[in-house]
Design a protein around this ligand. Structure first.
Ligand SMILES: Nc1ncnc2c1ncn2[C@@H]1O[C@H](COP(=O)(O)OP(=O)(O)OP(=O)(O)O)[C@@H](O)[C@H]1O
Ligand SMILES: [Mg+2]
Length: 254
């Protein structure tokens, strides 16, 4: 039995997802205890984003179960799904900001849809989250006026406005320079320390996993083929895991 401290917040069991005759996720099993950050490492096209879409009910799996804080997501009816989604901050792979809205409006859209706040309260919450990601200066800008890294930060701030208990990061550092990547990883780690948020981050970056993960799960051929701490995975002898970690200069990390 898990103790209260290690209570599972996200439990994915025997998850299968196909598109036509293409089997993307074959049998995914993952348990994320409350307050921990788990990183799913996998190559491009391995089904990482599909997995997240299943977790938030944007896609229906063919088989299996996804429980969030004891609530079964698979087959959950719309009003209950909406209530659950409010507890989840989803940082999309491409930031997915609304192009026709300023940064302020992007964040306000989320806030005012769900909460009844005065204009002052709304502004305060928006500024607080933008400050957290170092993007307050961009509050009046449009997404097209921002770099990719800036858009990722704003996407992170937008996911935070509703004070989520769970964060899902889809490739939070992909395409960014090493310094910006490290800064975003530090924000993810800080958020965990300061708010106790439970998180899954999916990435193909071993460096990012090293910096943010309590546990790393390696996704390959539709299954989690290995799970463990960074140190444990370095010793893992599964051929895919060995090969994945062989591309890494460990001296750069330790
Ligand atoms: N709506 C869809 N219809 C059909 N196939 C899809 C759909 N969405 C994803 N796929 C397929 O599922 C596979 C996994 O896609 P997914 O976007 O999850 O990969 P990923 O691991 O997130 O890759 P990347 O690291 O490049 O983001 C791909 O082969 C993709 O073509
Ligand atoms: Mg993806």
């Amino acid at each position: 039995m898990l103790s209260t401290v290690n209570k599972a917040m996200i439990t994915i069991s025997n998850l299968r997802k196909t598109f036509g005759n293409q089997e993307i996720l074959r049998d995914i099993n993952l348990v994320v205890p409350k307050g921990q950050t788990h990183v799913i490492l996998g190559r491009s096209g391995s089904g990482k984003s599909v997995l997240f879409k299943c977790v938030v009910g944007l896609m229906q799996p063919d088989e299996g179960s996804i429980q969030i804080d004891g609530i079964e997501v698979v087959g959950l009816q719309q009003p209950h799904l909406d209530a659950l989604r409010r507890r989840i901050g989803y940082v999309f792979q491409n930031a997915a900001l609304y192009d026709s809205m300023t940064v302020r409006e992007n964040l306000a859209f989320h806030l005012t849809r769900h909460l009844h706040l005065s204009a002052d309260e709304c502004e305060e919450m928006i500024r607080e989250k933008l400050q957290f990601v170092g993007m307050e200066v961009a509050i009046d800008k449009y997404p097209s006026q921002l770099s990719g890294g800036m858009q990722k930060r704003v996407g992170l701030a937008r996911a935070l406005v509703l004070l989520p208990e769970i964060m899902l990061y889809d490739e939070p550092t992909t395409g960014l320079d090493p310094i910006t990547s490290a800064e975003i990883d530090e924000l993810i780690a800080r958020l965990k320390r300061e708010t106790g948020v439970t998180a899954i981050s999916i990435t193909h970056s071993v460096e990012s996993a090293f910096r943010t993960a309590d546990q790393i799960a390696v996704l390959h051929a539709g299954e989690i083929v290995a799970t463990g701490t960074f140190a444990e995975l370095l010793k893992n002898r599964h051929p895919f895991v060995e090969n994945y970690f062989a591309h890494l200069s460990i001296n750069e990390l330790v």
